[in-house]
Design a protein around this ligand. Structure first.
Ligand SMILES: Nc1ncnc2c1ncn2[C@@H]1O[C@H](COP(=O)(O)OP(=O)(O)OP(=O)(O)O)[C@@H](O)[C@H]1O
Ligand SMILES: [Mg+2]
Length: 224
């Protein structure tokens, strides 16, 4: 359902991504690993349509990004590495604000249910009073408002406790296995990757992650 062919990205003269080619099938949970600065966030931003590649082609369900950008954007949910919600507002206000901006209309009950599905129960609490893990859950719930088919998650569980991590993990599994959503996500947590991902893509010059995962028997493909 997602297909990249010879994708490259340079910032000014600095080449960050070189010739990235891979495919992901519907309903797969795929991990993206690599050392700091390897280009994971850059790659997710390209797939999320937040940036354009310097070269190469991206397709979603066969449609080329450059031909159908607006429709492709509607089908993608993206959670950036940095938490991006309104700190002064409550969970409810955040959900309703982003619902107004979303492509799809959702009732307040549906918005609340999305949060409850993630075990985020502090509906009337201001976001600044939430823990880091709760904020990440809110970010994730917001990215699901328009019912995307492809979810791109940039380190969605960084710095959060094991319980929230497990809850987010089971929720993502449910989204993929029951609702057929496709998930591409980055993490530095190898245990989490082992328990969650169907397979892994590794990027970067250093084969450290690739060799580590291979040694642990997980299906891993080295992009460069
Ligand atoms: N807007 C930008 N302008 C110039 N260089 C950038 C920009 N964004 C990222 N880079 C550079 O591109 C490279 C890849 O960055 P990126 O954030 O994609 O890495 P990453 O794999 O996500 O790292 P991390 O694990 O630290 O999140 C880095 O060398 C970074 O300095
Ligand atoms: Mg990053």
């Amino acid at each position: 359902m997602l297909e990249l062919n010879g994708v490259r990205k340079s910032y000014k003269r600095k080449q960050v991504l070189q010739d990235v080619t891979f495919q992901i099938q519907e309903g797969e949970i795929v991990g993206l690993v690599g050392e700091n600065g390897a280009g994971k966030s850059t790659l997710l931003q390209l797939i999320a349509t937040a940036m354009e590649p310097s070269a190469g082609e991206l397709r979603l369900n066969g449609n080329r990004y450059e031909d159908d950008m607006k429709n492709i954007r509607k089908r993608i949910g993206y959670v950036p590495q940095e938490i991006s919600v309104w700190d002064e507002y409550t969970v409810e206000e955040n959900m309703r604000f982003f619902e107004r901006l979303s492509w799809k209309r959702r009732s307040p009950e549906e918005c609340r249910q999305l949060c409850l599905d993630l075990q985020l129960t502090q509906w009337t609490e201001p976001v600044h009073a939430l823990s880091g893990g709760m904020k990440r859950k809110l970010n994730l719930a917001i990215s699901l408002l328009h019912n995307p088919i492809l979810l791109l998650l940039d380190e969605p569980t960084v710095g959060i406790d094991l319980k929230s991590k497990t809850e987010i993990g089971s929720y993502l599994k449910r989204l993929a296995k029951e609702e057929g959503k496709t998930i591409l996500y980055t993490s530095h947590d190898m245990d989490e990757i082992l328990s969650l991902c169907d397979r892994v893509l590794s990027i970067g010059e250093d084969p450290f992650y690739f060799e580590l995962l291979q040694a642990r028997g997980i299906q891993v493909e080295r992009l460069y």
